[in-house]
Design a protein around this ligand. Structure first.
Ligand SMILES: *[C@@H]1O[C@H](CO)[C@@H](O)[C@H](O)[C@H]1NC(C)=O
Ligand SMILES: *[C@@H]1O[C@H](CO)[C@@H](O)[C@H](O)[C@H]1NC(C)=O
Ligand SMILES: *[C@@H]1O[C@H](CO)[C@@H](O)[C@H](O)[C@H]1NC(C)=O
Ligand SMILES: *[C@@H]1O[C@H](CO)[C@@H](O)[C@H](O)[C@H]1NC(C)=O
Ligand SMILES: *[C@@H]1O[C@H](CO)[C@@H](O)[C@H](O)[C@H]1NC(C)=O
Ligand SMILES: *[C@@H]1O[C@H](CO)[C@@H](O)[C@H](O)[C@H]1NC(C)=O
Ligand SMILES: *[C@@H]1O[C@H](CO)[C@@H](O)[C@H](O)[C@H]1NC(C)=O
Ligand SMILES: *[C@@H]1O[C@H](CO)[C@@H](O)[C@H](O)[C@H]1NC(C)=O
Ligand SMILES: *[C@@H]1O[C@H](CO)[C@@H](O)[C@H](O)[C@H]1NC(C)=O
Ligand SMILES: *[C@@H]1O[C@H](CO)[C@@H](O)[C@H](O)[C@H]1NC(C)=O
Ligand SMILES: *[C@@H]1O[C@H](CO)[C@@H](O)[C@H](O)[C@H]1NC(C)=O
Ligand SMILES: CC(=O)N[C@H]1CO[C@H](CO)[C@@H](O)[C@@H]1O
Length: 646
């Protein structure tokens, strides 16, 4: 028989399609189920380097980012710098790696982050004209936490779709109704919604797996993030990424989401949290309290010392919504604040009652049982002796920007674009708490070889107006060598592996983007306003505030590479660094409020300015607090009743 080229193509298509399907849950539902695995499979490994899978993936991605970086650097019009010559000749023996990180902060963070991401994506209309379009295409890592993980997860799991397409198609991110009241006034829709979630949860439970609140949360979130998929992605697994064509051909950056380890009854701070990352291949932690990774595809498998018990493996546990729910399980915050509302006392009692019961089971903790690290030799016994692995919201330890995965010398990241959409101040603006926490952590035993440049305290960040416009940290490697001396790590990487950090905080340009973390629904105009504002934050108001901003970003990207090669900066780059680098100055005086200056909706005097868009205002005045938490409270009742009835 003569086999035509076409039929081979067709066959390849079928084959790749089959392998794709096999990566979804084997039961084609939310329930995990048995899958085949090699008899000598070792699922865990020590965190003493990158996985072989990641290393070989990087070889493919590096080639692409090198090419795309040349295009990007050409586009930003740097003077006295030839991108082609530099990347292909001068720095030909190394690769410039760019990481992008999006903080948590609920839908505020997801939407602001979406705008910021879209400004870096050349698929967004006008992003290239606004200066930074194409930076995403030149990046190696894309990291999200909590609300930022909704963004990264949505983009990555939907075959690296883009924000523009999401808005144009109108299928994903319909936030007009609170996730707890999905159908709005359409109670039938809401009923169907809850019963479908209920069915999914039952499927998993009947298959013999323990359920936690995060299962409910993850399935609910999936209605917004995987709305286009059969049963809104009930069978979509995180490890599907491995077989996604855009990942296999290195077209997308390496996505990572961050979550923290926390056992019920304990609290964590950045000095004692175990920070987990979930990437397309693995789940685990670099911290000495675990220092291991396991293969994400086989979560749910009973193991001892990382080997499947009786050679039996499970697939489908790593549901994409479940992973994204784990990174964002921030319900403690609701519990703590519910009593400050003006709900009627009858409702309050019920809510409190339910919440108390629920909190005994710690609603904000995701249960991973069986524990993939059970009975392993490395790390703390509080994790490895337990049959359950407990994970919680990635922001619970104050490190609300997921920088940890990017500051391990093994990843060789040159520059991090850190987008901070946290609500640190009373008015829900970031004040730098997160980068201060990450900076300090490197000096603790748990820092274990991570490297992060010097940053000032929050008062200085405020008084020097460093959250009003993008600020570069770690501009000069000569000033960083003392990081090595003061560290407790047994061995540190090369000081050149300390990334330069481009820190950009949420600010209002065309929209008051300081929405509450607990705002659960957005009208379309509010959603679009948030995204537009995020675009303006990243592009410095469509490249109008500083025409050289794109070139300055170029200077930041090539800085470490130039330092490694002993090459001096151009005149233009020196001037850029004068404008954007933190110069080491400290001003920790307790001066009254903020003095934001960089145009936009704040006029320099007050952080809230004369906020005018009252309809969307969630400034936490007494009145607003009332209505906000009332909506929230009703959401919680629905959810809690539902969860208790499981
Ligand atoms: C869609 O999901 C339903 C419910 O989980 C399942 O029964 C059905 O087989 C799925 N259909 C396809 C085409 O995957
Ligand atoms: C590349 O080559 C330069 C000059 O030979 C050297 O200084 C530098 O360390 C090399 N970089 C890498 C990553 O090997
Ligand atoms: C975006 O950049 C990539 C890589 O440079 C390129 O292949 C692609 O065609 C660009 N897309 C658009 C819409 O410009
Ligand atoms: C893109 O920019 C052009 C020219 O400034 C403008 O007319 C157009 O409205 C912009 N498109 C979008 C979608 O912002
Ligand atoms: C770069 O220069 C070109 C040609 O002068 C111009 O069209 C383009 O807008 C400039 N881009 C930026 C980001 O300044
Ligand atoms: C991603 O693309 C593959 C191949 O085109 C397709 O089978 C799969 O359903 C897509 N996944 C999502 C989440 O859209
Ligand atoms: C972490 O540190 C905080 C503050 O010192 C303490 O309250 C908490 O119990 C510690 N948690 C763990 C898990 O050690
Ligand atoms: C895993 O082990 C537990 C405890 O021995 C058992 O109850 C459970 O059924 C096992 N799960 C699978 C999928 O074999
Ligand atoms: C709320 O207040 C009630 C009555 O004062 C109290 O019993 C309950 O424990 C409180 N709930 C929370 C979550 O603090
Ligand atoms: C597992 O951790 C939970 C919560 O800290 C604890 O209640 C339980 O006793 C632990 N189990 C074992 C076997 O240590
Ligand atoms: C920054 O925010 C943190 C977290 O909300 C707060 O504890 C701290 O007081 C704030 N500091 C300044 C200077 O605003
Ligand atoms: C660089 C460094 O200090 N690595 C240490 C991290 O923690 C593990 C586990 O405790 C040690 O084995 C490494 O040496």
């Amino acid at each position: 028989m003569k086999v035509s080229y076409k039929s081979i193509q067709f066959l390849t298509l079928i084959l790749s399609y089959t392998s794709l399907v096999s990566a979804w849950s084997p039961t084609d539902s939310y329930a995990p189920g048995p899958i085949d695995c090699p008899s000598d499979l070792q699922l865990t490994r020590s965190a003493d380097g990158l996985s072989q899978s990641e290393l070989s993936w990087l070889q493919g991605r590096d080639k692409i980012t090198n090419q795309n970086l040349i295009s990007f650097l050409k586009q930003v019009n740097m003077t006295d710098f030839d991108p082609e010559e530099y990347i292909t000749n001068t720095a030909s023996n190394e690769t410039i790696r760019i990481g992008i990180a999006f903080s948590g902060g609920g839908y505020r963070a997801m939407l602001s982050g979406a705008g910021q991401l879209s400004a870096l994506d050349n698929r967004t209309t006008n992003a290239t004209e606004a200066g930074l379009g194409g930076l995403l295409q030149a990046s190696t890592y894309l990291v999200g936490l909590s609300g930022g993980n909704w963004l990264v997860g949505t983009i990555a799991m939907n075959n690296f779709t883009d924000v523009q397409t999401i808005l144009d198609e109108g299928i994903l991110w319909d936030l007009t109704h609170s996730i707890a009241n999905f159908g709005g006034i359409n109670i039938f829709k809401t009923y169907d919604y809850y019963s479908s979630i209920d069915d999914d949860i039952n499927d998993k439970e009947n298959a013999g797996f323990k359920i936690s609140f995060t299962d409910v949360w993850g399935r609910a979130l999936s209605h917004q993030f995987f709305a286009g998929l059969n049963d809104t992605g009930a069978a979509l697994t995180w490890s599907t990424l491995q077989e996604s064509p855009v990942f296999q051909n290195f077209e997308m950056p390496f996505p990572i989401v961050v979550t923290d380890g926390r056992t019920p009854g304990s609290t964590i701070i950045s000095g004692n949290s175990t920070i987990f990352e979930v990437n397309p291949f693995e789940l685990g932690s670099w911290d000495p309290s675990l220092y291991q990774f396991t293969q994400v595809k086989y979560l749910g498998t009973n193991t001892t010392d990382g080997k499947p018990v009786d050679g039996k493996c499970i697939g489908g546990f790593d549901n994409a919504g479940f992973i994204m729910g784990t990174s964002s399980s921030l319900f403690n915050q609701f519990i703590l604040q519910i009593n400050t509302t003006s709900l009627s006392s009858a409702i309050k009692d019920i809510v409190s009652d339910i919440l108390e019961k629920a909190s005994e089971h710690e609603v904000d903790i995701a249960i991973y049982e069986p524990n993939p690290f059970y009975d392993t030799e490395i790390g703390s016994t509080s994790i490895t002796n337990n049959d359950t692995l407990f994970l919680c919201d990635g922001g619970e330890d104050l490190q609300n920007i997921p920088l940890q995965p990017l500051i391990h010398p093994e990843r060789e990241v040159d520059v991090i674009f850190a987008f901070d959409n946290s609500a640190d101040t009373d008015q829900s603006w970031p004040n730098g708490t997160s980068i201060v926490a990450t900076f300090e952590r490197q000096f603790l035993p748990i820092g274990n070889g991570t490297l992060f440049p010097y940053v000032p305290d929050e008062e200085s960040l405020r008084n020097l107006n460093l959250t009003a416009k993008p600020t570069f940290f770690g501009c000069d490697i000569q000033n960083l060598t003392s990081l090595l001396n003061s560290s407790l790590a047994t061995s540190k990487g090369d000081i050149y592996d300390t990334p330069l950090v481009v820190y950009t905080a949420n600010r209002p340009f065309s929209f008051w983007s300081n929405e509450s973390t607990f705002k659960l629904s957005y009208e379309d105009w509010e959603r679009d306003g948030m995204i537009q504002n995020g675009f303006e934050v990243a592009s410095r108001l469509n490249n109008t505030l500083d025409p050289e901003w794109p070139a300055c970003v170029g200077c930041a990207i090539i800085r470490r590479s130039q330092e490694r090669l002993g090459i001096d900066q151009s005149e233009q780059c020196q001037q850029c660094f004068q404008r954007y680098c933190w110069n080491g100055q400290i001003d920790d005086s307790q001066i009254p409020p903020l003095n934001f200056t960089e145009t936009g909706l704040t006029d320099g005097a007050e952080e809230s300015g004369n906020r005018t868009i009252s309809a969307s205002s969630t400034l936490l005045s007494k009145e607003n607090k009332f209505s906000l938490y009332q909506i929230m409270g009703i959401g919680i009742i629905t959810f809690a009743v539902f969860a208790i009835n499981l």
